[in-house]
Design a protein around this ligand. Structure first.
Ligand code: GLA
Length: 643
């Protein structure tokens, strides 16, 4: 269940066989290669040099390793950019970007599509039936380095066609976007530009549609590559590697092209980039916040229809965050076990050996540049030994559903109304609250079947569609909706019956007015639950008697049968109180875990994963049979028992 990312083109061929032997020794089964190797596969147009890759695959295969082949389209060679500059992306400032880094291409460019199809087809014809090739990774980290949205003439042309298909007539577009405002009206689709370089804000519906177009484009481009591979391959999987908490593209849509999801997990870099409450950035600097990888494991298990890999696992310090701490001893093992506990099929480390030159020379690997196994390598080997003695059951359904929606991130970003009201921070804090109560969480999309869940949590949801409404109505248990749910129509306007729009069918209340306040201006909430909420606060009209009120007497928390609505962006105290309340209403057993401890069930196994600074007692029933570790779980350690 372990893998590694390997760059044979960066090392002398004389090292390959020994590398393969040592990978086996560590306990590696899968090796990803070639995703950045276009300039070595085709140094000049049409001049193909696949022999070295043949040899690498043969060597790895002979050592008993299975190969994951990356398509090299995230790094096209210089000759392509020089010969056809239209393959290069154009950024929001209108600048054509240049060769020399990566992800510098335009996924709307017909020339780039053709070149991509050509190199992928050549690879698929050569390796599509190779018994050592287990499967394919399409491209690499779509959208990374701010590349999800491109403003090239080709993107603009593609956007116009997309709009024509969506709206049929320009009058319908004008109505949907509300272009009468500020004289933005269009006389034809050909007049519509990409929404950049405008003074003041572009229309929010315009921004939303361009984001939808860009996300669709990435999905279609990945689909083209997957189709090209499948046309020439047999019994090989196709996936792509997504990124953690990256919301510029919708992986659920993109997943139509792939057999399972995979994602790249860098807990320390991503924790460093977040602003966490209190002292958490310091406390979790060398372990990562447990829910940073935790959320994405649940998210990509959902996107992957139950199946996901970690395609790249942080092995030591990375090079790209603002600060790059070294993980504490044990963390590479703990992250691996966490992903496996949450259902990962394979955890693949990035990368086999630290490369002493170029952009990522400060990025650790399983091996140091002098080829000695580094701490992360020893920990991977330990997991391999432990796994051999511990067969894992398939993951089971969690008791809690968390409804996540990419468009809600786009809506809150394009019309924020408050600097602090960001979808990412809301999602993570609500998820963390559930995890801190020891509850497993399944991620679902609006409209998914919620009938099997004791509790459904909707932290916020931009638009409540007919399908979402039906699934909430049919939810099996208690449902909690956060503020700004149902606040917009699909055209990014206020619903005619006011927010929460269609949700009023299930909970009779109306948001008459909204205010957002500075963090130092909390508005106290008291009643069945207490705390404060001022970052986002709604003034509700309803005949329902509120369960809690703001200190000016206005209602803050409501219930109508099983459906609960919170009219504030809660501070940690209010969030904890509301969550404890609905968890109780749902009849779920829960207990607040010590700081940094996380529990996770996988089939008959329960894992206790300690990201915190202190040793803790695993909350296992008396007489539980431990199959990994024991009842006392040291910091950075993991225990597991069978129930
Ligand atoms: C990403 C990329 C890799 C590498 C790592 C470094 O995940 O996919 O190629 O750059 O980051 O952390």
């Amino acid at each position: 269940m372990l893998g590694v990312c390997y760059y044979p083109e960066q090392w002398p061929a004389a090292m390959w066989a020994e590398d393969a032997r040592r990978m086996r020794e560590v306990g590696i089964s899968f090796v990803r290669v070639a995703e950045f190797a276009w300039s070595r596969l085709e140094p000049r147009p049409g001049e193909l040099r696949f022999e070295w890759l043949d040899e690498v695959i043969a060597i790895l295969g002979a050592a008993g390793l299975r190969v994951v082949l990356g398509t090299p389209t995230a790094t096209p060679p210089k000759w392509l950019a020089d010969r056809s500059p239209e393959v290069l992306m154009v950024d929001a400032q209108g600048r054509r970007r240049r060769h020399g880094g990566r992800r510098h291409t335009d996924l709307s460019s017909p020339v780039f599509w053709e070149e991509s199809r050509r190199i992928v087809a050549l690879m698929a014809e050569r390796y599509g039936r190779d018994p050592h090739v287990a499967g394919w990774q399409v491209d690499n980290e779509f959208g990374c380095h701010d590349s999800a949205v491109c403003y090239s003439p080709a993107a603009e042309a593609g956007f116009r066609l997309w709009l024509e298909r969506r709206y049929g007539t320009v009058e319908a577009l004008n109505a949907a976007w509300g272009t009468v405002f500020w004289s933005m009206e269009y006389g034809s689709f050909a007049e519509v530009d990409a929404p950049h370089l405008v003074v003041a804000d572009a229309a929010p519906a315009h921004l939303l549609d361009f984001q939808r177009y860009s996300s669709d484009r990435i999905a279609a481009y990945g689909q083209m590559q997957a189709d090209t591979i499948r046309a020439a391959s047999r019994d090989q999987f196709v996936t792509t590697n997504f990124m953690g908490m990256f919301f510029e593209l919708d992986p659920f849509d993109a997943m139509r092209a792939y057999d399972f999801a995979s994602w790249d997990s860098y807990p320390l870099g991503h924790t460093d980039r977040l602003t966490l409450p209190g002292d958490e950035n310091q406390v979790f600097a060398r372990t990562g916040h447990p829910d940073v990888p935790g959320f994405s494991n649940d998210f990509y298990r959902a996107a992957g229809r139950g199946r996901f890999w970690i395609m790249e696992q942080q092995p030591g310090p990375v090079n790209w965050a603002e600060h790059n701490p070294a993980p504490l001893p044990g963390m590479v093992r703990l992250w691996t076990w966490q992903a496996l506990a949450q259902g990962a099929e394979v955890v693949s480390y990035f990368r086999w050996r630290q490369v002493p030159y170029a952009q990522e020379q400060m990025h650790a690997a399983l091996n140091r540049p002098d080829d000695r196994l580094d701490r992360g390598g020893h920990e991977a080997a330990q997991v391999a030994r432990e796994l051999a003695a511990l067969p894992l059951d398939p993951p089971a359904r969690a008791p809690v559903a968390l409804v996540v929606d990419l468009e809600t991130e786009w809506i809150t970003r394009f019309l924020p109304q408050s600097r602090e009201f960001t979808y990412k921070s809301i999602l993570l804090s609500w998820y963390t609250e559930l995890r801190g109560l020891g509850l497993d969480v399944d991620v679902l999309r609006p409209g998914d079947d919620l009938s099997g869940y004791a509790l459904t949590v909707v932290p916020t949801l931009g638009t409540v569609s007919e399908a979402a409404l039906a699934s909430f109505r049919d939810a099996g248990g208690v449902v909690l909706y956060g503020p700004r749910t149902g606040a917009k129509t699909a055209d990014f306007a206020i619903p005619p019956n006011l927010p929460p729009g269609r949700l009023q069918d299930l909970i009779p209340l109306k948001v008459a007015r909204v205010e957002t306040l500075r963090p130092e201006m909390p508005v106290a909430v008291a009643g069945t639950v207490a705390g404060a909420g001022g970052l986002w606060r709604e003034f509700i009209e309803s005949d329902l008697e509120p369960l809690a009120r703001f200190d000016d007497g206005e209602g803050a928390f409501y219930a109508a049968g099983r459906h609960h609505y919170l009219a504030a962006c809660p501070d940690p105290t209010l969030l904890a109180a509301v969550m404890a309340y609905v968890v109780g209403e749902a009849g779920l057993e829960s207990a607040r875990l010590p700081r940094g401890l996380r529990l996770q069930r996988r089939g008959s196994l329960t894992f206790a994963l300690n990201f915190g600074p202190d040793a803790v007692e695993a909350p296992a029933p008396a007489g539980a049979a431990f199959v990994l570790g024991g009842r006392r779980v040291a910091p950075q350690d993991v225990a597991a028992w069978r129930c």
